[in-house]
Design a protein. Structure first.
Length: 261
């Protein structure tokens, strides 16, 4: 709406190491689990993320329950595997987080509840199951849980069965770890919606301009509009009558939303 200035932070927080991001299909998981095992042997910890809680949910998405049961009896039968999801009680969730933070749990199988507020510097590996079903910003938030210390991080986004690895969202996630750049990619993919309306995604009512590609031009237009409104707040000057009519015709009802809140 032009009320805020944009600041871009180009540097990572101090003490952060690089994160290496990979894409994989389901058939590559055995090799990936071997890599995870090597990192566990060196003392690191790992997250495994799944998008749903249990197999009873009416979707075909991978559940934390099935991943937990599978990993704790096969690939990581000799490792301490923990479980965390939103349907657990507050006490259970707290116990799972404390166990992982203290190193009592080596692998934490969790839903996306861990995407914010979790800081375990020793956790440097993350596997995201059915990653193509998650939003780009959510994937980036999850990736931010690893490599929060001096050791490099490794994240593998595993596509759901039948999903090609050239999925635009997954390719964007693999290609960049810049949150601002990913936000612009996400905006371009989803569409910005209507800034003066109620649609939060989809195509904007712009025929030529692009909010992601024409930033400098939009700033010039914003500056010109502000100068004009300083002189003529109501656009009631005779030579602005056409502009006023067009503005009210196109944005009349939407302009009322700017007064809400």
């Amino acid at each position: 709406f032009g009320d805020l200035d944009v600041s871009t932070i180009k540097t990572k927080p101090p003490g952060r190491s690089a994160v290496h991001t990979y894409l994989a299909t389901q058939d590559k998981l055995p090799s990936w689990w071997q890599f995870v095992e090597k990192k566990l042997q060196s003392g690191r910890q790992a997250y495994v993320i799944a998008p749903r809680v249990s197999n009873t949910d009416a979707t075909d998405l991978t559940s934390v329950q099935e991943v937990y049961e599978s990993l704790s009896t096969t690939a990581f039968a000799n490792r301490r595997v923990g479980l965390l999801h939103g349907r657990m009680s507050s006490e259970e969730k707290e116990a799972a987080l404390v166990a992982f933070a203290n190193g009592d749990t080596e692998i934490l199988v969790a839903t996306t509840v861990v995407e914010v507020g979790i800081d375990v510097p020793n956790a440097t590996i993350m596997t995201i199951m059915d990653a193509d079903r998650l939003g780009l910003s959510q994937l980036h938030q999850l990736r931010g849980r690893v490599s929060r210390g001096s050791h490099p991080g490794y994240v593998t986004a595993v596509a759901a069965v039948g999903t090609p690895l050239d999925n635009p969202r997954l390719k964007a996630f693999e290609s960049s770890d810049d949150g601002f750049e990913l936000a612009e990619m996400d905006l371009a993919m989803r569409g910005p919606g209507d800034l003066l309306g109620t649609s939060q995604s989809g195509l904007p009512p712009l025929r030529i301009a692009s909010l992601t590609e024409d930033g400098p031009l939009l700033l010039e237009a914003q500056s010109a509009a502000r100068e004009l409104l300083k002189k003529y707040p109501d656009l009631d000057a005779p030579h602005l009558s056409a502009l006023r009519r067009q503005t009210l015709r196109r944005y009349g009802e939407s302009l009322q939303l700017s007064d809400v809140g």
